[in-house]
Design a protein around this ligand. Structure first.
Ligand SMILES: [Zn+2]
Length: 223
């Protein structure tokens, strides 16, 4: 804790003075262009890995970067998405999973959750991924975990589309959704390509892969 308080003083003395105008401008409102939904894992640091500035990304985190399907329960994440889309009018939502995710490992070994009833109940929202993953034929432990992490991001994108605010914004081309996975060891991000149904490295230039399926939302996929 001392290290964090020391860090705060460092922020006050060497970071804040250089960004004073930015913070003064942000004090009266935010206009983030992207909602970034990721795992609570301490090793995933959205602002750091995207070099994002204050006010740029609307971050929401929970265990396993999960979005419960619409209507199942009112959750903080669903309320935050609704607010981001309807009030902040973000143009993009990114669901970002990561390597070595404890939630994904727990999904592989449900017996590890016997003394964690709340986590077990929460991870029910990742069941779709688990079922699809069961059809995979990966061999190594790493490949199995990677496959489940990818399927979970794809499943949460499916859930995301069930939210009325998201479905409406996708249909009129105001929103694009993206599925990413952050590799902690290599500091690399791969993005889900909905057309090719696979993850590929996030390119520095050019068109980024979109998770939106063109069959269902042709207008937004072509935008
Ligand atoms: Zn995680």
């Amino acid at each position: 804790m001392e290290r964090l308080i020391e860090g705060y003083h460092q922020f006050r003395t060497s970071v804040f003075p250089n960004e004073r105008e930015t913070f003064a401008r942000l004090a009266s409102g935010q206009q983030p262009h992207t909602m970034f939904l990721t795992c609570a894992d301490s090793r995933v640091m959205p602002e750091l890995m995207l070099s994002a500035k204050p006010g740029e990304i609307f971050v929401y985190r929970n265990v396993g970067n999960i979005v419960p399907p619409y209507g199942q329960q009112v959750s903080g994440v669903v309320a935050a998405i609704e607010y981001a889309v309807k009030v902040l009018k973000v143009g993009h939502i990114v669901i970002c999973g990561h390597s070595d995710c404890g939630a994904m490992k727990a999904l592989q070994r449900p017996e590890a959750l016997t003394e964690l009833p709340s986590v077990r109940a929460w991870l029910k929202h990742a069941e779709l991924a688990h079922y699809v993953y069961a059809e995979h034929r990966e061999r190594s432990v790493e490949d199995k975990l990677r496959a489940l992490t990818e399927e979970n991001v794809i499943a949460q994108l499916e859930h995301l589309r069930t939210l009325p605010a998201v479905a409406a914004a996708l249909a009129n081309g105001a929103l694009r959704i993206h599925g990413w996975i952050y590799d902690i060891e290599h500091g690399e991000i791969t993005a889900y390509d909905g057309k090719k149904r696979s993850f590929r490295p996030l390119e520095q230039d050019g068109v980024q892969p979109e998770a939106t399926p063109d069959a269902r939302f042709p207008a937004s996929a072509a935008a």
